[in-house]
Design a protein around this ligand. Structure first.
Ligand code: SAM
Ligand code: SF4
Length: 445
């Protein structure tokens, strides 16, 4: 295989939005190398599986995907495994799946072109270093955006070491990207056509850094600076940790029209006993206190969260307390998972692992309650006038799908409008997962 043989690439990202962001950056890097995006893995000379290690299921999925990349004629494209599975499993991946050519961790993907060179010579290429030099400096700058909404990773890694979680091991220590780099990247995204930016981080609200005048700032300061970028209409951020939820960030929700009324604030469990065993360092009460403060400045805030059921030692009473906190907090949407033991984490070795059928039953009950709350939240919006940002085409003729400030999907029919338009609508109907609306006026394109 020669350099010129590698023309088309396909990147498949699993897991969180940070992986979606990394996938976009890898794509820009490969385009910068003269390659172009294939429509699928079948057409590609290089397939990158950008993996997630958070739960066991996510890992199994990667291995089954690798197997499926073998073509009918017995050949395979060049295969790179990137992301957190690459970081956690390293060389083990090529042993288990010999068709894999490249293994590259989430802090080293800027080196993909060099690794492709090694792979072309028939050798296995591996880079799971966490170099001191930021990969962000080595990546090409942001260009034209395919969508009106863009992700911007501001913070990576985690120092919190929740006892169930692999992130501190796969993504490394908590780092905040520098202020100027972020403001510049946000401006480039807006110049490239983005009008909504979601700031990303494993603990995005732990972001801190010195501004252009040398003043120490938190995420609220950064958001206030981004709010001043002309053309940037909406700002979001996720995922936040309760312990890093500052009064300044809460106040920003009351002050800034660009900061959307949406908060993704995982609690994981409503039982203080479980929260302690999880090493979450917040309590059910302190979590609810944050919500009270937030709702004082932004009564319409839409709340999202993450939950784990069946953490080792979770009793029926602990689980009831999770249902209680859900009732007290009232979510507009949420993610809930069965606890998955991850190799190398303290919880994996804890006694009293919970039986799968108990986890199944608890998950069903929790999801039934969360779905009920989501539906009720959607129904409350019926009759309301709101703006939506049109993000993609729907299945029907002339149908477009946009998002409300509260991150609900809205379907409208309007052949005259385009993706990227910000329009005012009346919400006419609500389903469990989305809304239907009627157009009032176009606010901006
Ligand atoms: N930093 C965020 C926080 O502290 O809430 C969460 C980031 S984590 C990548 C996303 C979610 O995955 C967590 O909130 C948790 O609910 C879930 N998760 C992490 N490890 C898990 C495990 N071992 N089993 C099941 N769910 C897990
Ligand atoms: Fe994982 Fe906890 Fe860090 Fe979130 S705060 S990334 S759950 S260790």
């Amino acid at each position: 295989m020669t350099q010129s043989d590698l023309k088309k690439f396909h990147i498949k990202s699993f897991g969180c939005q940070m992986n979606v962001y990394d996938g976009e950056r890898m794509s820009e890097l490969l385009v910068d190398q003269g390659m172009s995006a294939a429509k699928d893995g079948e057409e590609a000379d290089l397939v990158v599986l950008n993996t997630c290690h958070i739960r066991e299921k996510a890992v199994d999925k990667v291995y089954s995907d690798i197997g499926r990349l073998r073509r009918k004629d017995g050949t395979s494209p060049m295969i790179a495994v990137a992301g957190c599975v690459a970081q956690a499993e390293g060389k083990e991946i090529s042993r288990r799946a010999p068709t894999v050519d490249i293994v590259v961790g989430p802090q080293a993907y800027h080196r993909l072109p060099e690794l492709m060179e090694v792979a072309k010579s028939g050798k296995k290429a591996l880079d799971t270093d966490m170099p001191a030099v930021s990969k962000f400096d080595a990546l090409p700058s942001r260009g034209k955006q395919a969508r009106p909404t863009a992700f911007l990773t501001v913070q990576e890694g985690c120092d919190k070491f929740c006892t169930y979680c692999v992130v501190p091991y796969t993504r490394g220590a908590e780092i905040s990207r520098p202020w100027t780099d972020l403001v510049d990247e946000a401006k480039a995204l807006v110049d490239g056509g983005a009008c909504e930016i979601t700031l990303l981080g494993q603990n995005v609200n732990a972001w801190s850094g010195a501004d252009d005048k040398g003043q120490q700032q938190g995420l609220d300061g950064l958001i206030r600076a981004l709010d001043r970028i002309p053309g940037l209409k909406r700002i979001r951020y996720m995922t936040s940790h309760p312990n890093d939820m500052t009064d300044g960030l809460i106040a920003a929700h009351g002050d800034l029209a660009t900061l959307m009324p949406f908060l993704h604030l995982p609690v994981q469990s409503g039982s203080d006993r479980m929260l302690k065993a999880m090493n979450r360092s917040h309590s059910a009460r302190s979590y609810l206190d944050i919500l009270d403060k937030m709702r004082k400045v932004r009564p319409d805030i839409a709340l999202s969260g993450d939950f784990i059921v069946g953490f080792p030692g979770e009793t029926d009473q602990d689980f009831e307390e999770t249902l209680e906190i859900v009732r007290a907090a009232n979510y507009s949407q949420a993610f809930s998972f069965k606890y998955s033991p991850r190799p190398g984490t303290p919880a994996a070795g804890m006694d009293e692992q919970i039986a799968p059928e108990v986890m199944d039953e608890r998950l069903q009950r929790l999801q039934a309650l969360l779905n009920e709350q989501q539906y009720a939240f959607n129904q409350q919006t019926v009759g309301r006038t709101t703006d939506i940002l049109l993000e993609r085409k729907g299945k029907l003729d002339g149908q477009l799908i946009g998002k409300t400030p509260w991150l609900q999907s809205v379907h409208i029919i309007s052949p005259d409008l385009e993706i990227g338009d910000l329009v005012e609508i009346d919400v006419t109907q609500a389903g469990p997962n989305s809304l239907t609306g009627q157009i009032r006026e176009r606010l901006a394109a």
